[in-house]
Design a protein around this ligand. Structure first.
Ligand code: FAD
Length: 391
């Protein structure tokens, strides 16, 4: 049965970004609903590989209003993180509707005003503002030439990787050299010969293994560098942003020297497939029985049926305020305002600010509604949004 529900604000995505957004909207008394595609809150974490521990210690893994349980210096498992998010939503009675994948987000005129129309299967919602709250890690990115690999090569994306038992005996080629590749390589090194292909993404200084690493480096990185130094508010952050956006985050926990110690072979990037086998930039054919594509994710926002994406499929925005559509916001995106924007400890700061903008927009609309007929809000949207973004 087709139903249509009207709500002031819709938050799309119910991972840490959506829950944080919901928490701050609730604090401001803004009516909203969170629509999340996953059957259970925390599933984005639950569905990652079995041995994954967060690279941020528990002290940095709590959202606003609730610390992460246990020893603040411990590195939680991905399932503990998932359970924490579920508990967070329950404790604050956040209005999350699970198993609600948004198929389409459009905008239409409704009487004398414009509303967003959010379609989830045969349920439709209308809203005056929408927050797309999710990281850019939604759809696995795999090069086209993957289809040319011999069928006897087992291949999977890092997002499908759960553990060594999924792989065939023999060499594993990890395509990509970012954090996921480094972490998976360090796990596989004890069961398989491993090659990691691709240029270095750089690495953060220091090691987390030492006393200094656990008690000093971790705080400098999470508390200061990721939050305040690598930020759109600093010159160094603005310079680093395009590189981080296209080339990936520097290695944080497993570093080159760890990989060398574990016997992981490093090579040039994979350029294509030759005779069913992966071939490197320098023409070397890699005789691998397994290929794990650690080639990242796309934001997967093509269900937003409005011209808001740039050439790379990333939304155009300023500090989370959509550049082209009024009353549309983003939270949780990579480097939205700082490197920590997509991390647990950084998302709340963005969510709180966007919640304030949502509230201000709602107040402005109430005033405009009281004043009378629709004013053309599309003209000067960019300028208004820029003003809002800098607020
Ligand atoms: C392997 C890995 C390890 C990481 N480790 C850390 C770490 O240690 N510390 C840290 O701070 N950060 C870490 N991160 C970064 C970040 O914290 C996580 O990616 C986190 O899951 C991002 O949360 P999110 O809510 O922004 O997005 P997601 O967790 O991706 O959640 C998005 C939600 O939106 C839903 N959704 C998607 N499309 C739709 C739709 N069309 N309609 C409705 N719902 C939809 C999804 O089902 C999902 O529930 C890691 C990331 C990865 C990939």
């Amino acid at each position: 049965m087709n139903t249509e529900t009207s709500v002031d604000t819709i938050v799309i995505g119910g991972g840490q970004a959506g829950l944080s957004m919901s928490y701050h909207l609730r604090e401001l008394g803004e009516e909203h609903v969170v629509l999340d595609a996953s059957p259970r809150i925390g599933d984005a974490w639950r569905n990652r590989w079995d041995s994954l521990h967060l690279f941020t210690p528990a002290r940095y893994d709590g959202l606003d209003g609730m610390r992460f349980p246990g020893d603040p210096a411990d590195w939680p498992t991905k399932d503990a993180m998932a359970d924490y998010l579920e508990h967070y939503a329950e404790s604050f009675r956040l209005p999350v509707r699970s198993a609600m994948r948004v198929d389409e987000l459009t905008r239409r005129r409704h009487g004398d005003r414009e509303v967003f129309v959010v379609r989830c299967g045969d349920e439709t919602f209308t809203a005056r503002s929408v927050v797309v709250a999710m990281s850019n890690y939604q759809v696995p990115r795999i090069p086209r030439f993957a289809a040319e690999l011999c069928p006897d090569v087992r291949q999977l994306h890092a997002g499908e990787y759960r553990g060594p038992s999924q792989l065939l005996p023999g060499r594993v080629l990890l395509v990509g050299a970012g954090n996921s590749a480094a972490e998976i390589a360090s796990e596989l090194a004890s069961t398989h010969p491993v090659t990691m292909a691709g240029p270095s993404t750089g690495e953060t200084p220091g090691s987390f293994d030492s006393f200094i690493g656990r008690h000093v480096v971790v705080h400098i990185l999470n508390g200061m560098v990721f939050n305040h130094v690598l930020s759109v508010d600093t010159r160094v952050g603005r310079k680093a942003r395009p590189k981080v956006m296209t080339k990936g985050v520097p290695l944080i926990r497993v570093k080159s020297k760890d990989l060398a110690r574990l016997g992981v072979e490093r090579t040039a990037r994979v350029a294509g497939v030759d005779g069913g086998r992966p071939v490197l930039d320098d023409g070397t054919v890699v005789d691998a029985q397994n290929v794990v594509w650690c080639t990242g994710f796309a934001p997967g926002l093509d269900w937003i049926r409005m011209p808001i994406l740039d050439d790379r499929g990333e939304p155009r925005h300023e500090r989370g305020v959509a550049s082209d559509v009024p009353d549309l916001y983003f939270v949780g995106l990579h480097f939205l305002t700082s490197l920590s924007s997509a991390m647990v400890h950084g998302v709340g700061r963005d969510a709180e600010r966007i919640a304030g903008l949502v509230k201000a927009g709602a107040a402005e609309r109430r005033l405009a509604d009281a004043e009378g007929p629709l004013r053309d809000r599309s003209r000067g949207v960019r300028r208004v949004n820029r003003l809002k973004a800098s607020a």
